[in-house]
Design a protein around this ligand. Structure first.
Ligand SMILES: Nc1ncnc2c1ncn2[C@@H]1O[C@H](COP(=O)(O)OP(=O)(O)O)[C@@H](O)[C@H]1O
Ligand SMILES: [Mg+2]
Length: 239
């Protein structure tokens, strides 16, 4: 598969070690504990793809509101008010989703997943974005009190596959169980790729590390490498 069919992560040292990036149309999981920088890393991927490529994307933020997300990214040195970024990254939070639902007058017994899929499809058709970030699956299921998350994840992933875009689903991990990357036990096997961010304690210090656990159609580095944010370059590095 040539580089043309990949989306670079813009993480220094990573793209070189995964044939240029993530194959387009892949569904990827970005997993890690709270504070592991899942949102930052995924947003920076989208941010840099927009600035240095033709990509456009949607960032669905359910863990935190739109303003909080933007202020975090801006504190990290990313210029979220840049016209290119504003025009090419649509940030959607729970308040936006709720407004849409209220407009449709069905806030009581909502088929949240059906509505979400409908909205993503309509965004896809109207703005034609290519990258979807969903932050996070856990937040969506908690907020919507969904009874059967596993079935709903099947449904969501199937629908996203039909939309023909590259998707990143953020999954919060609790505990040290490195065998399961999602909360519901199906996310990692339904996905094409898994990026795992860990915070390792060494004495009183904590080191951040990144591992590519799985990336279909890709010869990628194995093992966990330290990573950090380069504020002056607005990108992460694993070098
Ligand atoms: N300017 C900054 N530069 C580098 N790291 C930062 C900066 N601001 C915050 N952080 C780190 O980012 C972490 C939060 O990252 P975030 O992407 O929200 O994590 P997650 O989504 O995995 O919970 C904070 O706990 C802090 O350690
Ligand atoms: Mg987050």
């Amino acid at each position: 598969m040539s580089d043309v069919n990949r989306i670079p992560t813009h993480i220094e040292g990573l793209d070189e070690n995964m044939q240029g990036g993530i194959p387009k149309k892949h569904i990827c999981i970005v997993a890690g504990a709270s504070g592991a920088m899942k949102s930052s890393l995924t947003f920076s991927l989208l941010y840099n793809s927009v600035l240095y490529g033709d990509t456009s994307g949607i960032y669905v933020t359910l863990e935190q509101g739109k303003e909080s997300l933007k202020s975090h990214m801006s504190n990290m040195g990313m210029n979220v008010e840049d016209a290119r970024v504003r025009n090419r990254i649509a940030i959607i939070d729970l308040a936006d989703l709720r407004v849409q639902l209220d407009e449709q007058g069905m806030s009581d017994r909502v088929d949240w997943m059906g509505q979400l899929i409908k909205q993503l499809t309509s965004y896809r058709n109207s703005i034609g974005f290519e990258v979807l970030v969903f932050d996070s699956l856990g937040a969506f299921f908690t907020l919507t009190k969904m009874e059967n998350p596993r079935d709903e994840i099947f449904r969501l992933f199937e629908a996203v596959r039909r939309l023909n875009l590259t998707a990143f689903f953020i999954c919060e991990m609790t505990g040290d169980d490195h065998k399961q990357f999602g909360e519901y036990g199906v996310e990692d096997y339904l996905s094409d790729g898994v990026l795992h961010l860990v915070m390792e304690r060494e004495g009183d210090d904590v080191k951040r590390k990144l591992g590519v656990v799985k990336m279909r159609h890709t010869n990628h580095m194995l093992g966990y490498k330290p990573f950090w944010w380069k504020e002056d370059e607005q990108r992460f590095s694993v070098l």
